[in-house]
Design a protein around this ligand. Structure first.
Ligand SMILES: Cc1ncc(COP(=O)(O)O)c(C=O)c1O
Length: 486
C-alpha cells in the first residue's frame, strides 16, 4: 500500500504536488484508473416530484423559537436547514430546494421519505385505533413480532418493544445483569449506545458523556482496523477482553455489548475474527453477549440482514432501533425465552411500548425491505458507492480511509495520511457545509468529527451514488481555498 506524507494538505502548491504523487502511486500500485480532471459542478439526478409551495414559518423564525424553548441547540450548518418535505431519498427546504439525503435522519428513514406503502399502512391504522397499551390485546403487535421473529437466527424469539435505541440497550443490560446475577459489563472504546444512565456509561467517547457517576462498565480496546494497534487482527484485540475479565473483574461478568460497525464513532467495522473470540471469553466468564443493531440492522450492511452475521456469531440479546420503523419511534429487544423469563420478576412497563401505530409502521417497513429487495440494493449500490469513493481516495490525500459495508459508509478525513492526524474540525465542517450547498446532506462522526458518515435510505440508486461522489470530488478539489475562507 502506498505511503506518503501530506503535511500541509491545505496549502495549494503542496496539495497539487501530493495529489499528483498520490495518483501516480495509486496507479502504479493498485492499477486504479483515477480521473484527475478538474471536476465540474455536480447536477442532481432528475426526480419526478415538486413539493407544494411552503407557507409556514421560515427557518430563521423557527431557530429563534428553538433558542428560546429548546434546551440544547444542535442543528447542522451555519444557517440551519428548514426541511419541509421529503420523498424517498430526497428532502426539500422551505424554498423548494432539493437535497439528496445521504443521512436519512441518521439511518432512520430506511425505505425512503413518505414511502407510500408505509404511509398508507400508518394512516389506515390511525383511523382504526391509535393507542391501547399492552394492558389490552391488539393484533398489530403480534402480527409484527411474528414477522420480525422470522428474521432472527437461533433461539432469539422473544421481544420487548420500546421507543428508542437508548431504551432498548438499557433493557438489554438489565436483562444481562438479572439473568447472570453479575454486574460488570464490557463495552468498547469508541462505542455509542445511548444517553440514559446505563447506556451513557457504555459510551466510549468523551463527547458522548457527562461528568456524572457511571458504574459497572469496563472499556476494552477498540478493534479499529484503521487506527488500532493490531490492524485487522481481531483475535489480538479480543485478548484485551480476556485480560479485563482476568485483571479487572471477579472473573464473572454480566455481559458484553457492542455495535458490529460503530456508527457515532465514525463507521468503524470491528476487525474480522473479533466477535467470535470475545463471545467465547465472555460466555466462559458467565456473561451474555449483546449486539446493538440500532444502525446496522434491517439489511443496511447489504451482505446480511444483521451486521453481527458478518462476524459469524449469534448474540444472546439483540437490540434494534432507528430504521426499524422508517421514522416511527420504535425499538426492540430480542432474546431467548430462557433469558426473557427474568423480566417476570417484577413489572417492566413502558406506556407507548408496542403501540399499534409503531408496530404497523414496523411491519410495513419489514415488508417494503423484503418486497423491494432493499438489502440487495444496499449491497449493490453500497459497493458501487464505496468503489467510487475509494477512487477519490487515490486522488485526494485528505481522504485517509474509506470503509463500511452496504449503505453504511465512512470517509475519514486526515491532515496527514502517514500520521493519520484528523483533519481540523473547521475544515471538515466546511466540507460538510459545501456538500450541503451542492445539494447533498451527509453526516459527521468520530471523536474529531472528521468522518463523513453516509447512511442514506436503502432505496438510494447508482445515479445518487454518482452524484454524491461528484459532489465530494468537486468539494475536495475546491477546498484548497478553505484556509482563507474559515
Ligand atoms: C448504535 C446506537 N445505539 C443506540 C443509539 C441510541 O438510539 P436513540 O437515539 O434512538 O436512543 C444510537 C443512536 O445514535 C446508536 O447509533
Amino acid at each position: 500500500m502506498q505511503r506518503f506524507v501530506a503535511r500541509r494538505v491545505l496549502s495549494e502548491a503542496n496539495f497539487l504536488r501530493v495529489q499528483q504523487r498520490c495518483f501516480t502511486l495509486a496507479a502504479a500500485d493498485e492499477k486504479e484508473v483515477v480521473n484527475t480532471d478538474t471536476p465540474r459542478p455536480p447536477v442532481l439526478p432528475p426526480f419526478p416530484y415538486t413539493p407544494p409551495r411552503y407557507t409556514g414559518p421560515s427557518g430563521d423564525e423557527i431557530m429563534a423559537l428553538r433558542k428560546k424553548y429548546v434546551m440544547q441547540q444542535a442543528p447542522y450548518y451555519k444557517k440551519p436547514l428548514n426541511l419541509v418535505d421529503g420523498k424517498m431519498q430526497y428532502v426539500f427546504d422551505e424554498n423548494g430546494k432539493r437535497y439528496l439525503d445521504a443521512l436519512a435522519g441518521v439511518s432512520v428513514v430506511s425505505c425512503g421519505h413518505c414511502h407510500p406503502y408505509v404511509e398508507e399502512a400508518i394512516i389506515k391504522q390511525m383511523k382504526s385505533v391509535q393507542h391501547t397499551t399492552v394492558l389490552y390485546l391488539n393484533h398489530t403487535l403480534t402480527d409484527y413480532l411474528q414477522a420480525l421473529a422470522d428474521k432472527m437466527p437461533g433461539n432469539l424469539k422473544v421481544f420487548y418493544l420500546l421507543n428508542s435505541g437508548t431504551e432498548a440497550n438499557e433493557l438489554a443490560m438489565l436483562l444481562a445483569r438479572l439473568y447472570t446475577g453479575n454486574n460488570d459489563i464490557i463495552a468498547l472504546r469508541n462505542a455509542y449506545h445511548g444517553l440514559a444512565p446505563a447506556t451513557m456509561s457504555t459510551n466510549g467517547l468523551r463527547i458522548e458523556k457527562f461528568n456524572i457517576v457511571q458504574t459497572g462498565i469496563l472499556h476494552a480496546l477498540d478493534p479499529n482496523p484503521y487506527r488500532g494497534d493490531f490492524g485487522s487482527d481481531g483475535k489480538k484485540y479480543a485478548q484485551d477482553v480476556q485480560n479485563i475479565i482476568d485483571y479487572a473483574t471477579s472473573g464473572k461478568v454480566a455481559g458484553f455489548i457492542s455495535e458490529t460497525i460503530q456508527g457515532v464513532g465514525g463507521v468503524v467495522e470491528l476487525a474480522p475474527g473479533y466477535l467470535p473470540a470475545v463471545y467465547k471469553s465472555v460466555r466462559e466468564a458467565g456473561g451474555v453477549c449483546i449486539a446493538d443493531e440500532a444502525i446496522t440492522g434491517f439489511g443496511r450492511t447489504g451482505s446480511h440482514y444483521w451486521a453481527f452475521e458478518n462476524q459469524g456469531v449469534i448474540p444472546d440479546i439483540v437490540t434494534m432501533a432507528k430504521g426499524i420503523g422508517n421514522g416511527s419511534p420504535l425499538s426492540a429487544v430480542v432474546t431467548t425465552p430462557e433469558i426473557a423469563e427474568v423480566l417476570g420478576r417484577s413489572t417492566y412497563y413502558s406506556t407507548f411500548a408496542g403501540n399499534p401505530i409503531s408496530t404497523t409502521a414496523g411491519l410495513a417497513t419489514l415488508n417494503v425491505i423484503e418486497k423491494e429487495g432493499l438489502q440487495k440494493n444496499a449491497y449493490d449500490v453500497g459497493s458501487y458507492l464505496k468503489k467510487r469513493l475509494t477512487a477519490l481516495k487515490h486522488k485526494y490525500p485528505i481522504i485517509g480511509d474509506v470503509r463500511g459495508r452496504g449503505l453504511m459508509i465512512g470517509v475519514e478525513l486526515v491532515e496527514d495520511r502517514e500520521l493519520k492526524t484528523p483533519l481540523p474540525k473547521k475544515v471538515s465542517d466546511e466540507i460538510h457545509e459545501r456538500l450541503k450547498d451542492l445539494g447533498c446532506l451527509v453526516g459527521k462522526a468520530g471523536l474529531y468529527s472528521n468522518v463523513i458518515r453516509l447512511l442514506p435510505p436503502l432505496c438510494f440508486n447508482k445515479e445518487d451514488a454518482d452524484f454524491l461522489a461528484r459532489a465530494l470530488d468537486y468539494t475536495l478539489w475546491n477546498i484548497r481555498s478553505v484556509e482563507s475562507s474559515c
